[in-house]
Design a protein around this ligand. Structure first.
Ligand code: ZN
Length: 352
């Protein structure tokens, strides 16, 4: 019994440990999944920024080309100085953002971890970039020098600069286009990788839940069923024992009653109410009043029981009679204490 209890406690402890382990594992999977998702969301916003700036490189190179080309068109509706300012600001943005894309820029929110493919692509257009920015810088210098000298730069002097820029920009735009695609592919790869990791985590979580069902819940439920049926069995046994006890108790009560009845049959119990007035116990334990009366000069002891009414004689009247004569034999100064009198040798008569 003690060994079984110990076994039970041991296996309950084992199940509890397993359960805690399973829950912890699921919690670890959930936390890892959440960390991955948070990191991935951060990465995605960074990817979006990088792709945007890479796209802007195409736009800025074309904008710069347009601005410098406009400087040699006599019919340009925008005035000369505005074109120069536009070219200057576009040039500085173009240079800064390219630098940010290549080496990272915290202010622009650009990371510095380009893949090998992207680095190669960006490096491959470095000559184009240098040619464009160098030419535009020279061109703008020439214009500002002439402005300082209050001379209007002849369009024919600016045309060669524009030719160089036009020659370089096409290669630059094409390669930047490829770079944007490459960035996009890498971002998609990251999303796909995350998707796979999430699927693996989900599958692992499901596996743990399945194992939990097989090795924790199933044994726990069958143990519970066993314990329950043992309890029911025990209850049945208790009910059976109680029935047995009740039956024995009833038998004992019956035997006791019979013994009491037998005792009363042998010795009816009588008590004195007053001289001439008695109470005699019947076989059922009730008392019958018996009174002495003078009938035709003789003393008769009259009982109230049905037996006496019928036969003018009964065991009670007989018992009271012997008690009465015993009392009369005693002194006249007899006082009436509530004595119990067990009448001797009075036979028993069955009452009606
Ligand atoms: Zn009687």
């Amino acid at each position: 019994m003690k060994g079984a209890l110990k076994d039970q406690q041991h296996s309950t402890r084992r199940l509890t440990h397993l359960y805690i382990m399973a829950l912890s594992t699921i919690a670890i999977f959930a936390i890892s999944g959440q960390c991955l998702i948070q990191y991935s969301l951060f990465q995605q916003s960074s990817d979006a920024r990088v792709i945007n700036y890479a796209g802007r490189q195409r736009f800025l190179s074309l904008k710069l080309t347009m601005a410098v080309s406009a400087l040699i068109i006599p019919s340009d509706p925008i005035d000369h100085n505005s074109r120069v300012t536009e070219a200057k600001s576009t040039l500085s943005t173009f240079i800064r953002e390219r630098h940010g894309l290549m080496y990272g820029d915290p202010l622009l929110g650009l990371p510095e971890d380009n893949s090998q493919e992207v680095t190669q692509l960006l490096n491959s257009i470095e000559p184009n970039f240098q040619a464009i920015t160098g030419t535009v810088t020279n061109m703008l210098n020439r214009i500002s020098e002439d402005d300082a000298a209050a001379v209007k730069t002849p369009l024919s002097a600016l045309a060669p600069y524009v030719d160089i820029v036009l020659a370089q920009v096409e290669g630059f735009v094409t390669t930047m286009d490829n770079t944007v695609s490459q960035y996009q592919r890498e971002a998609e790869d990251r999303v796909n990788r995350l998707r796979i990791i999430e699927l693996v985590l989900c599958s692992l979580t499901l596996c743990v839940l399945l194992l939990e069902g097989r090795f924790i819940f199933h044994p726990a439920v069958s143990k519970l069923e066993k314990t329950l049926s043992a309890l029911i069995q025990a209850e049945k046994q208790i009910v059976a024992h109680v029935g047995e006890l009740e039956r024995k108790n009833n038998e004992l009560e019956l035997a006791f009653d019979e013994a009491i009845v037998a005792h009363r049959k042998v010795m009816p119990h009588a008590r004195v109410v007053a001289l001439g007035r008695y109470q005699v116990q019947g076989s059922r334990g009730n008392y019958y009043d018996v009174e002495s009366r003078q009938v035709n000069g003789t003393t008769v002891l009259e009982c109230k029981c049905p037996m006496y009414t019928r036969n003018m004689i009964c065991s009670h009247s007989l018992a009271a009679g012997s008690l009465h004569s015993a009392l009369l034999r005693q002194s006249h100064g007899f006082r009436q204490p509530p004595i119990n009198f067990l009448s001797p040798d009075i036979g028993y008569e069955k009452e009606g």
